[in-house]
Design a protein around this ligand. Sequence first.
Ligand code: PMP
Length: 360
Amino acid sequence: MSRVYNFSAGPATLPEPVLQQAAEEMLDWRGTGTSVMEMSHRGKAFVSIAEQAEVDLRELLKVPDNYRVLFLQGGATAQFSAVPLNLLGSAGSADYVNTGSWSKKAIAEARKYASVNVVADGGSGDPMAIPPQSEWQRDPDAAYLHYCANETITGVEFPEIPESGDVPLVSDMSSTFLSRPLDVSRFGVIYAGAQKNFGPAGLTVVIVRDDLLDRASAQVPAIWDYQRQAGADSMLNTPATYSWYIAGLVFQWLKREGGLEAMAERNKRKADKLYAAIDGSSFYRNPVDPLARSWMNVPFVLADDQLDGTFLSEAAEAGLHTLKGHRSVGGMRASIYNAMPESGVDALIDFMADFERRHG
Ligand code: PMP
């Protein structure tokens, strides 16, 4: 077997012990004689898998009791509309921070239902930065304040949770969820697609504060209605059972690895050394303000973009895969989620230095 270092932004690399356990349990899950894929979502076996996943996730994130954890489908993209449909209530308007492509997509979707006030525009310019909160033009009557905690394409990440006062804070955490400890009590709603940091595509975790459950508009489709899904334990219809199971294995792996404090330490070390290698060279460049640099997605450009193709093919030969930057920005991007071992980052840094020696 030869596995490569996979720097894909998502679907992304998963912890090897999780894949091994899934392989061992593939044909016969713990003496049931069936694969998890083949189980009824309402049967005892799957319900125990689903419940354990929630218990473990709550423990990892220290989710307070007044929050519901939902395991839904539709990706973060479905949440771009579910959030306004569930939270607008009678307010009619919502505040959004724009720090890049995913913020813009959330804004465009919310505009179908709400009057959207963009409180600040960031994520452009050179270096790309997050506008300071003191400059945000907030609407005191907004139903909620939405931000994207980590812009996966450009690698712009909020170093801290913004202050929202009494206005419910909502965050798209797709590409940073579980990368470090999080004070869930600061939020109204958190959502994240699984395929970056905690599982296969098809599953989206939504964490909702109880008091926000009764604001849904009459138009909200039942499967996107947080209250109805909470009442049905996320099984209003057939959930993404296999993705839910794998996510549960990832939560157990995270606990064995020392939880989110240990992850934060490891992730910071991995990111710091990669940024140091980029900053220490005149051949590579990362265009993000050091205060807003992502721990998870590290974009970089080469001094000569004519070398991009050679870089990618030589990297692939060296076992370093999927380093091509998003089509909208070009260059390279190394996604270094929890499951990317430090040895993968070290191998990338060594390769980059060697490539620079030969081509710089
Ligand atoms: N938000 C962010 C920050 C993302 O990175 C992505 C996926 N790349 C999305 C939203 C969209 O997620 P999905 O494809 O799961 O709908």
